[in-house]
Design a protein around this ligand. Sequence first.
Ligand SMILES: Nc1ncnc2c1ncn2[C@@H]1O[C@H](COP(=O)(O)OP(=O)(O)OP(=O)(O)O)[C@@H](O)[C@H]1O
Ligand SMILES: Nc1ncnc2c1ncn2[C@@H]1O[C@H](COP(=O)(O)OP(=O)(O)OP(=O)(O)O)[C@@H](O)[C@H]1O
Ligand SMILES: [Mg+2]
Ligand SMILES: [Mg+2]
Lengths: 259, 259
Amino acid sequence: RSRVTAFANQKGGVGKTTTAVNLAAALAERGKRVLLIDLDPQANASSGLGMERTPGASLYGALLEDGTPAQDKVRHTAIRNLDIIPSEIDLAGAEVDLARKELYLHSLKFLLEPFLEKSRYDHVFLDCPPSLGILTMNALTAAHALIVPSQCEYLALEGLSVITRLVRQLRAGNANPGLELEGIVMTMFDGRTKLAMQVVEEVRKHFGCRVFDTLIPRNIRVSEAPSFGKPVVTYDRSSAGAEAYRALAREYLRRRKAA
Amino acid sequence: RSRVTAFANQKGGVGKTTTAVNLAAALAERGKRVLLIDLDPQANASSGLGMERTPGASLYGALLEDGTPAQDKVRHTAIRNLDIIPSEIDLAGAEVDLARKELYLHSLKFLLEPFLEKSRYDHVFLDCPPSLGILTMNALTAAHALIVPSQCEYLALEGLSVITRLVRQLRAGNANPGLELEGIVMTMFDGRTKLAMQVVEEVRKHFGCRVFDTLIPRNIRVSEAPSFGKPVVTYDRSSAGAEAYRALAREYLRRRKAA
Ligand SMILES: Nc1ncnc2c1ncn2[C@@H]1O[C@H](COP(=O)(O)OP(=O)(O)OP(=O)(O)O)[C@@H](O)[C@H]1O
Ligand SMILES: Nc1ncnc2c1ncn2[C@@H]1O[C@H](COP(=O)(O)OP(=O)(O)OP(=O)(O)O)[C@@H](O)[C@H]1O
Ligand SMILES: [Mg+2]
Ligand SMILES: [Mg+2]
């Protein structure tokens, strides 16, 4: 019933959080019920949706099997149909603590299974930190699909083959045989530069139709929005950034229907 | 003799690698002998200096005490006075492997001590991955100083207090009592946006003279350079990016002399 999608890319600053938050908000606007789980200790998705940092608000204890069900950590945001499980800095400690457990890559999957059986969410989004460490690996093991945001930059291009190879390994190795690459979203596209066009062409050459047609332009309103605790789709509805994320939501739903 | 400086910030994509590579190259141009150690499994500093990915080239084995001295991993780059110890994807495995050892935060410090005693480098730079995981913590434990590159963006501002608090904890907790915050470098500054000016003012208000005066402008030549395996200071010597990194090198040396 609920489709779980991870937003992951070990390259930093490519727009993982911005894409997870704004795609979630744009789907919520269209009446989809969405839960965003912030798995990044930086808690950017939480502050980007106006959540105050509250100690104990994250899944930290639940992941280490303190008995808390995931449901207890769910909070409403200011946006109808969009809920969140926030992050906190303690989540950084989860990586070392989880590494010492058996089956440490399945902690999130086992925690979410009872929750998803009763859940009324259409979509559960997982925002990941910029690494392929234990939190991201837990997200990729628990997810049905993966969206890889990527900047239109050369260094971001180099990292794409790493995460897509990992998806193949997770499927082949039986950790998550059903994991699908939903698609690659090109972000912070600046049409005035040759480099951006070259990178987009290169990515489309390698990954073909697994690259979303919608390009997210570099748009200052997108980077202003988090300081107001809002996604750009509500902070400045008519901005190029908001328009692009709404177009991405439409394309995402079209692709889902055709799947 | 050799001053060890870590380039760290858990926020992704803020210019850690770009600053480490270009400050190293600008200092090498002025006759300083510099070694850059790439501790990020993404290996962006390695490819940014033209190194091919070679399995076994990183400090992975040495960190896990296979007996290899750090010296054996040093390679020359195309730039006089600038050497590198490259990274490789296996380094990602080091985090989980190290977590299971005793004193896992001191592995790099113990590995570098015999190397630094005989070393003829003026500066050893450590490029860190975007996290506060075990590789970054090893760098902060082994370093004499820390440079924190930060974008002129709201989300990057939020993370600054996390890394500066960590420095205070490492000093107080005796893991590295001598660790100094060398400074914060503001990168990808776009003077046409109000947000960039506001973020720079905010950072200067909080951190005062620990913020380098030199602002690194957003400059397309900077992001083109890595695709040619060169730092911008050699790829396009007269670009705004190259000028800014040379100015940063001059300011860095002035501050060191005054220290
Ligand atoms: N389309 C855009 N236009 C302008 N700025 C953007 C855009 N998308 C993201 N940004 C800004 O770029 C920076 C990086 O984006 P974001 O934090 O979403 O990336 P991330 O991949 O989640 O980073 P991290 O690796 O640290 O988790 C942020 O400051 C964000 O506000
Ligand atoms: N001054 C600049 N002007 C334009 N682009 C820049 C500038 N500095 C860095 N970039 C580009 O921005 C992106 C992020 O920079 P970089 O990779 O150095 O950051 P990082 O902090 O090392 O990232 P990570 O967190 O993934 O290690 C890269 O594509 C780089 O080429
Ligand atoms: Mg993020
Ligand atoms: Mg880097």
